[in-house]
Ligand binder design. Structure first.
Ligand SMILES: CC(C)(COP(=O)(O)OP(=O)(O)OC[C@H]1O[C@@H](n2cnc3c(N)ncnc32)[C@H](O)[C@@H]1OP(=O)(O)O)[C@@H](O)C(=O)NCCC(=O)NCCS
Length: 215
């Protein structure tokens, strides 16, 4: 983190390892807030992907709210407002799960089959037994560049150490330079790149990097 540049650009500095003033990080189950608000937060971060799949906002919000497993999330909260979220993938359990029956509630048969295949592409990369993955990191647009995303990732790393995992991994689209810069700054390195030729171009990327850090 370049504190001199932060100061020049007028960004508030939080002490190392702490979220910015007024923001606390809690587990999703302890938070117990409205999952619809978390779905909206995720939608803001991933709207381009939803649009590329031709899913309208109302449907995407309903699907996300149902797919969310709060017990696998950490939430950054300001007052009663969620301002950031990150999801965990531990073995087969994940923060966002899209089983076919859920997808089918929102779409016809053919689209459900196609979307289930696309949404579950994520499952191709599954963490090893001694590894924790995270996914679905998102910070509200008005709350970015204050260290909340950094702090959420560090929170995941602390949890990983506490639970005895040896490394933390994630997938990020190859065009998401903001996120890649954040992860690189925190010590994550690209270990694998997968190319996905379908749909992804419309969503502005051509593949995913898998990044990993030993903790
Ligand atoms: C990627 C994303 C989560 C980053 O969240 P964020 O809260 O803005 O992240 P941070 O504030 O920690 O870091 C962003 C920048 O602010 C800087 N910053 C400013 N004040 C800071 C502080 N007090 N502490 C730490 N970093 C600070 C960081 O150094 C960083 O600069 P950099 O771009 O040169 O690395 C956010 O942009 C987002 O939600 N994007 C859409 C969804 C998405 O792409 N998610 C990732 C999918 S893998």
């Amino acid at each position: 983190m370049d504190r001199a540049r932060d100061a020049r650009e007028g960004r508030p500095a939080a002490p190392d390892g702490l979220p910015p003033p007024g923001v606390v990080i809690t587990s999703g189950s302890a938070w117990g807030g409205d999952r619809g608000r978390l779905a909206a937060l995720l939608y803001e971060g991933y709207a381009k992907k939803a649009a590329a799949l031709r899913v309208d906002e109302a449907t995407a919000l309903a699907l996300l709210a149902e797919a969310l497993n709060l017990g696998r999330c950490f939430v950054a909260v300001r007052g009663d407002r969620p301002v950031g979220v990150v999801g965990l993938v531990e073995g087969r359990a994940r923060a966002l799960d899209f089983p076919f029956v859920l997808v089918r509630r929102h779409f016809g048969v053919l689209r459900s089959i196609a979307y289930s295949l696309l949404l579950n592409v994520r499952k191709r990369s599954r963490p090893a037994a001694d590894e924790l993955f995270f996914e679905s990191l998102a910070v509200s647009p008005g709350e970015r560049n204050q260290g909340i995303g950094t702090r959420l990732v560090q929170h995941v790393e602390e949890y990983a150490r506490k639970m005895g995992y040896r490394s933390v991994g994630l997938e990020v689209t190859d065009s998401n330079h903001t996120a890649i810069r954040l992860y690189s700054r925190l010590g994550y390195a690209i270990v694998k790149t997968r190319r996905y030729p379908f749909v992804t171009r419309r969503a502005g990327f051509s593949g995913n990097h898998e990044m990993r850090k030993r903790v």
